[in-house]
Design a protein around this ligand. Structure first.
Ligand SMILES: Nc1ncnc2c1ncn2[C@@H]1O[C@H](COP(=O)(O)OP(=O)(O)OP(=O)(O)O)[C@@H](O)[C@H]1O
Ligand SMILES: [Mg+2]
Length: 384
């Protein structure tokens, strides 16, 4: 069991001229609680793997400290950190059987054979490597990708580490297997009750598996929170756009006062041209956006918070706007509508299985303004 503390940690690599000027991790500062499932998510190159490798001891820490269970581990060699890491490429020994792959690390550590047997068999059972087919004597090349990944997990489990580190362990699997292994790892977490730190660039994995999520960009932490907080209260435009699929819609515009209401009026991204969207803010947003009168803001609204007006009973007139339907995607249970306001391309997720609308025609939409979010155009931070 382990609590991991990352204290003002930096990783600075040598840049092109051999000078240490490439900041890969920029002042990472957070804690992973004992038994927590923490997911680090962000686009390629944002510093996820580097952060994980510093925790594992595979990469030197340039500045700052990392603690495991209250002890600074900056200078502790990887093998003494009592941490197991599972990689994307499995890294199995091709000439060894499944059993041997799992047992090998324990043999090196001179664990008694009876104990090795017990741990390998326990892990194999948990991971379904003995039933329905007994895979223990097979070589890795005779396994499917999902089975190989299970063996890689097994090799980590038998070590009974204080914490597990995962670096995109599912990205080599096909979509169906990925969903399956995702739930396997979540079950494993419940069963083993250990600290897990999981790196992915897949926001769905982050949302579904995490107790808490760290969103990173360019080496910097953008937000650390529980999945639904990240989804509903994204700290800035980057987080808002990264988490959620299809992504949140963004419309540039200004806040104006009209009669007794506060209204968002769409503008072209580059500047002044007004667009067809004018939406009245609900009371709470109106209060928080009042200081932004005549200022630029970005309105963010998720596709599921836009519905075709045909299917909304008694919509508030201040929440309706016009756009043109460009593409229809029937998803079976719902329909994705790709639309254009003239200034912005947006996506709506209609709860209707089929819609009466036709591509190329205008369509009226209703925005659920309580669910809208507003961002400061200059700082890109959430206002309300
Ligand atoms: N050994 C190295 N020397 C110099 N720069 C490096 C080195 N390793 C990584 N980097 C740089 O550090 C940054 C962070 O890399 P890192 O591998 O941590 O990203 P990542 O978030 O894991 O990305 P991905 O999703 O592609 O795996 C990148 O810009 C990368 O090019
Ligand atoms: Mg990586």
């Amino acid at each position: 069991m382990a609590k991991v503390v990352i204290e003002h940690v930096y990783k600075i690599y040598d840049g092109e001229k051999g000078r240490p000027d490439k900041v890969a991790v920029d002042d990472a500062h957070f804690e992973i609680e004992d038994r927590e499932f923490m997911v680090l998510v962000g686009p390629s190159g944002c510093g996820k793997t580097t952060t994980l490798r510093m925790i594992a001891g595979l990469e030197e820490i340039s500045r700052g400290k990392i603690y495991i269970d209250g002890k600074v581990i900056n200078d502790v060699p990887p093998k003494d950190r009592d941490i197991a890491m599972v990689f994307q490429n499995y890294a199995l020994y091709p000439h060894m059987s499944v059993y041997k792959n799992m047992a090998f690390g324990l043999q090196l550590r001179k664990v008694a054979q009876s104990e090795i047997d017990r741990r390998v068999m326990d892990a194999a059972k948990i991971l379904g490597l003995t039933h329905p087919d007994n895979l223990l004597e097979r070589k890795p090349k005779a396994l499917s990708g999902g089975q190989r990944q299970r063996v890689a997990l097994g090799r980590a489990i038998v070590r009974q580490p204080k914490a597990f580190l995962f670096d995109e362990p599912l990205s080599n699997l096909d979509a169906k297997m990925r969903v399956e292994m995702r739930t396997e790892i979540s079950k494993l977490h419940l069963r083993l009750n250990s600290t897990m730190i999981y790196v992915t660039h897949d926001q769905v994995e982050a949302m579904t598996m995490a107790d808490r999520i760290v969103v990173m960009k360019d080496g910097k932490i953008q937000q650390l929170a529980e999945p639904l907080t990240i989804y509903n209260q994204p700290a800035n435009l980057f987080v808002a756009g990264f988490i959620g699929s299809p992504p949140m819609n963004f419309l540039h515009g200004i806040i104006v006062k009209k009669n007794n209401s506060i209204v968002f009026e769409e503008r072209s991204k580059e500047g002044a041209l007004p667009g067809p969207v004018a939406l009245t803010l609900d009371d709470e947003h109106a209060r928080k956006l009042a200081p932004y009168e005549n200022k630029n803001v970005v309105l963010g609204i998720r596709p599921e918070n836009l519905e075709d007006k045909l299917y909304v009973s008694d919509p508030d007139p201040g929440s309706i706007f016009e756009s043109t339907l460009e593409v229809l995607e029937p998803m079976g249970a719902e329909t994705y509508l790709y639309l254009n306001t003239g200034h912005h391309s947006i996506i709506a997720r209609s709860q209707q299985v089929q819609t009466k609308n036709e591509v190329g025609h205008p369509i009226s939409l209703v925005a659920d303004m309580k669910k809208a979010r507003f961002f400061d155009t200059a700082t890109e931070n959430l206002i309300a």
